[in-house]
Design a protein around this ligand. Structure first.
Ligand code: NDP
Length: 297
């Protein structure tokens, strides 16, 4: 089993890294911007706490990053404490950030100058998928590098798909999340209207989830998070806003008219602004409820 470095112990990174820490034979080093998070993780899971990205990467066969945006990963590369100071020729950076294809391509080109491989490997399945090792991982990059990360991902994922060259994983992830956003918003509109009409949301979902309007939002997110009013904070609205913006940008670059994705981008941008940095993505329905003066009941 390889030596692994994991950088970015957030909502997804922490449970992914925890599974790797407990995988047989894995030597894990961790780094986090807020050092106390990494030292607490290292103490709890028996990993090595690295003070800098360079120190984490030294001796690692695979370096994994999981940060909010691709630009955060690019910013970790350079300088005496940067990843490139610790990685050597033949090394591999697997970026699990839900990133943007253009920045991933730039990172890949920069690493290639030093003989280091790069794959974009965003994940889907939420914090519960990360905890249970049942994530779906979508990979962009060389087939040989895709094969090299299988022994690592076997501990984290139920499904790993090679989507194409560098950036393809990011693009699939952004489009998947644009669909998630559209489903959350449209299901919210439908249930606010039906609640106002006097049809209980539970009754409406009983029908919808046995009919053609169903989605992961209607089948799981709304019953578990909205009808219960629990709104657990697992995936920040700010990050979904970022994903839908990436999807809109990809459509524009390819000259694909995508009015629905652009509208979702505007709606989630406004919801993000109104609800703040810490709100969960499903809380976007609060915006629909407020403007209709009607809760989903
Ligand atoms: P969080 O906000 O929970 O964690 C972000 C992590 O990145 C923290 O470790 C944070 O460090 C670190 N970080 C933030 N900014 C910087 C920076 N400028 N430089 C270095 N480190 C930084 O995010 P998530 O774990 O939820 O998301 C990470 C990625 O995974 C995102 O791209 C997201 O879209 C994606 N994702 C998230 C899912 C989810 O359910 N949460 C599901 C699928 C994908 P610090 O502790 O110092 O704040």
């Amino acid at each position: 089993m390889p030596n692994i470095a994991y950088l970015g112990l957030g909502a997804i990174g922490r449970p992914m890294a925890a599974r790797l820490a407990h995988a047989e034979g894995v030597q894990l080093a961790v780094w986090n911007r807020t050092a106390s998070t990494a030292s607490a993780f290292a103490a709890e899971h028996g990993a090595r706490h690295a003070a800098t990205p360079a120190e984490a990467a030294r001796g690692a066969d695979v370096v994994i990053t999981c940060l909010p945006v691709s630009a955060d990963v690019a910013a970790l590369l350079d300088g005496p404490d940067g990843l490139l100071a610790g990685m050597t020729r033949g090394g591999l950076l697997m970026d699990c950030t839900s990133g943007d294809p253009a920045t991933s391509r730039r990172i890949a080109a920069r690493l290639a100058e030093q003989g280091i491989g790069f794959i974009d490997a965003p994940v889907s399945g939420g914090t519960s998928g990360a905890e249970n090792g049942t994530l779906t991982v979508m990979i962009g990059g060389d087939a040989e590098l895709f094969e090299r990360v299988q022994p690592v991902l076997v501990h984290c994922a139920r499904k790993v798909v090679h989507c194409g060259p560098v950036g393809a994983g990011d693009a699939v992830k952004a489009m998947n999340n644009a669909l998630l956003a559209i489903n959350v918003w449209s299901t919210g509109e439908a249930l606010v209207a039906l609640s106002k009409l006097g049809v209980r949301a539970e009754t409406a979902l009983d029908v919808i989830n046995a009919s053609s309007g169903r989605s992961n939002a209607s089948m799981n997110l709304f019953p578990e998070r909205v009808l219960t009013r629990a709104f657990p904070r697992t995936f920040r609205l700010a990050l979904l806003d970022k994903d839908v913006k990436i999807a809109a940008q990809i459509s524009d670059e390819l000259q694909v008219d995508a009015p629905l994705i652009h509208l979702a981008s505007q709606l989630f941008g406004a919801a993000h602004e109104s609800l703040g940095e810490e709100a969960d993505h499903v809380e976007a329905v609060r915006v629909i409820e407020r403007s209709a003066a009607q809760e989903i009941v």
